[in-house]
Design a protein around this ligand. Structure first.
Ligand code: FMN
Length: 309
């Protein structure tokens, strides 16, 4: 009986255990079903490196990273988007093109720009009345607020506009400038030469990025010796990447016209502040190309700025 009892007990126990383990097994697929969700974990894992890479790409802001940023934007959904999205993509591309400017070495001298003062100045008609070319410069340095206001006046961001992103329902904010530009290409980069170094003005965040240390003003001014004392020389450069949407036939004329607006803004600011300035076609383009490290971009004009006395 015991043996029988044991046998029944064992059998019962075996059946219970077996049915339990079978009941568990169907759950295994569910467990396996959760395993396919592992890819979700893996996908978040893959996203992580992606975000890490993208943040890493922003830091060096160099050549290899930026194409990665552009490729997804250029693909798929973007192509179906309407013109404003194309404008946004162009803006991103333009920023990328500016970011590509090379920065060599550490210990670069910083040019700190304070927020621009958007009020004040002389009455507009008086400013027009005072606008002129001046070819005598004091070597006196420009005050930081003057430097900052001058660059903002030249081609700073004076408003931001939200552009609807077509069917996607998103909006993109574009920084618009004090100077107009053909097809809103914003293709003129402003380089700043001082006694201390060479900088690139970045209007979107109103900063100046150091390109290199050293005084290259005279080298770039070339034969325009009357401007040698000017504490600041602006060099207007047509950025080839930002002009890709222009026909070859229109590139030069658009760039020249857009440059003219910026130069006139500088003239007007100088008139308002009684500073000296003159736009120069006569400067060393070869030296500028070398000093600024330009490859496809073209130095168009230079414009020294300084105190009159
Ligand atoms: C496209 C352009 C290029 C110029 N290049 C030079 C130049 O290389 N050297 C110079 O002394 N002035 C240059 N100027 C300044 C003109 O000579 C000046 O604007 C003109 O004589 C009128 O004088 P104003 O600006 O005082 O009215 C240039 C002006 C323009 C618009």
């Amino acid at each position: 009986m015991r043996i029988k009892g044991l046998t029944f007990g064992t059998l019962f126990l075996f059946l219970v255990v077996n049915s339990f383990s079978q009941a568990q097994q169907p759950q295994k697929p569910t467990t396996t079903g959760t395993q396919p969700q592992k890819p979700t974990t893996t996908s978040t894992q893959t996203q992580k490196p992606a975000t890490t890479t993208s943040t890493q790409t922003q830091k060096p802001a160099t050549t290899t990273s930026t194409p990665q940023r552009v490729t997804p934007a250029a693909a798929g959904t973007q192509t179906q988007r309407t013109v404003p999205a194309a404008a946004a993509a162009a803006e991103a591309e333009a920023r990328r093109a500016t970011d590509d400017a090379t920065v060599d070495g550490a210990d670069l001298h910083e040019l700190h720009l304070m927020p621009p003062e958007r009020g004040g100045g002389r009455p507009f008609m008086e400013v027009l009345n005072e606008r002129r070319s001046t070819r005598e410069f004091s070597h006196r340095e420009l005050e930081p607020h003057i430097m900052s206001n001058l660059l903002w006046a030249a081609n700073g961001v004076n408003r931001r506009e939200d552009i609807a992103d077509g069917e996607a329902g998103n909006t993109t904010t574009l920084g618009k400038r004090t100077a107009p530009s053909a097809r809103d290409a914003k293709e003129i980069d402003i380089y700043i030469l001082t006694e201390k170094g060479v900088y690139l003005y970045l209007p979107d965040n109103h900063t100046a990025k150091n390109i290199k240390n050293g005084d290259f003003r005279r080298e770039v001014l070339g034969k325009s010796t009357f401007a040698y004392e000017a504490p600041l020389v602006l060099v207007y450069v047509a950025n080839a990447k930002k002009m890709e949407k222009f026909d070859m036939a229109t590139r030069d004329i658009y760039a020249a016209v857009d440059c003219g607006f910026i130069s006139q803004n500088v003239y007007l600011y100088c008139a308002s502040e009684q500073l000296a300035t003159v736009v120069l076609g006569n400067f060393s383009k070869e030296a500028a190309t070398k000093v600024l490290g330009l490859k496809n971009d073209k130095a168009l004009f230079a414009q020294p700025v300084g105190h009159r006395d």
